[in-house]
Write a protein of this length. Structure first.
Length: 329
């Protein structure tokens, strides 16, 4: 086909309307730029912020490495499934679900069996299993949740899946709750404060926007989750541990809250090229001070812990390359 002058004028006008520079248009239509997608979690959680922060660091270097990064909102289980399906390049996942996906040890959550191509990239912040109850709900202990209106979390979130494990340990069924909601984390604070539910159960890093919203928009408090069954559950696996949410972090809860928790991790698969993972890891660790300031849940992160703690799948080749260059392994 011969390209006429009027066709060219039309294309230039279209570029103008789309608000793209001609250079950006040419680049996005060339072979060079690579778009990658990171699976994160609901907008008021921590994953979304972490994913956004990493994308910003990566996108600052687009002119050097030609990688452009965006992020989505599903949660741990959806992220791992998205990576497996090839829809996501990497994602954030709780340490328990990273373990089960790689080892094929939770057929209920991952019916397709072992995900042997799953790779760990690095770990990030701790995620305590967090219960927030309305002050007027009559919920004072974890056991009091039974019979109440509770948000279990959205299907696809690691939080919902972990609550499933806890319910089994406690001998609870979904039908034991007066209402078992499966709201997204971004909807749960409003539901709590509109008195549509009595409590939120969410496995998340702290401080989390959704918990701040719940505890400042209405009277609500954090509940200890530290009975013997929970302690037994936590002691039974490396991807769990007992932990504390510091008192005073949220309005209404001046005391420490004792509970169990997991760790947030970044995962990918052998399908994602070592070069892409290398560039992402480099963007994070070359700008580590800046990265730590991107969310208060990152304040205590240390490089040496991040490359080994909570990682049960093998490290991705692209990550190993960077860690070796730094002399960390
Ligand atoms: N741990 C949660 C999950 O996997 C997400 C927490 C967050 O959004 O920060 O579903």
């Amino acid at each position: 086909m011969k390209i006429s002058k009027s066709m060219l004028t039309g294309a230039v006008a279209a570029i103008g309307i789309l608000g793209m520079s001609a250079a950006a248009f040419a680049e996005s239509h060339g072979a060079k730029q690579q778009f990658i997608t990171i699976g994160t979690g609901g907008q008021t959680g921590v994953y979304y912020q972490v994913g956004g922060a990493i994308c910003r660091l990566v996108n600052r270097g687009t002119k050097d490495h030609n990688i452009k990064c965006t992020h989505t909102t599903g949660g741990s289980v959806a992220n791992i499934n998205g990576i497996r399906a090839g829809d996501l390049d990497l994602g954030v996942a709780q340490s328990d679900w990273q373990y089960h996906a790689y080892n094929g040890t939770s057929p209920k959550t991952f019916p397709d069996g072992k995900f042997e191509e799953l790779r760990a990239v690095f770990s990030v912040h701790p995620e305590p299993f967090t219960v927030v109850a309305r002050m007027d709900s009559g919920i004072n202990t974890f056991e009091d949740l039974k019979g109440k209106r509770v948000n279990l979390g959205n299907p696809g979130s690691g939080a919902r899946a972990t609550f499933g494990v806890v319910m089994e340990k406690m001998g609870w069924k979904v039908g034991d709750f007066a209402l078992a909601a499966e709201l997204k984390s971004s909807e749960q604070a409003a539901a709590l404060c509109d008195n549509k539910i009595d409590a939120i159960v969410f496995t998340v890093g702290h401080p989390a926007g959704t918990i701040k919203e719940a505890t400042t928009s209405c009277e609500a408090k954090l509940i200890n989750v530290n009975n013997d069954k929970i302690k037994e559950l936590a002691a039974g696996a490396d991807y769990y541990s007992m932990t504390t949410i510091p008192g005073g972090m949220y309005t209404g809860t001046p005391e420490d809250t004792e509970t169990f928790g997991v760790g947030a991790t970044f995962v990918s698969s052998t399908k994602t090229s070592p070069e892409v993972i290398y560039q992402i890891v480099k963007s994070v660790f070359d700008n580590f001070k800046r990265f730590k300031k991107m969310h208060p849940a990152f304040a205590n992160l240390k490089e040496a812990d991040m490359i080994k703690n909570n990682l049960s799948a093998p490290l991705h080749e692209g990550a190993i390359k960077y860690y070796k260059e730094k002399g960390w392994m």
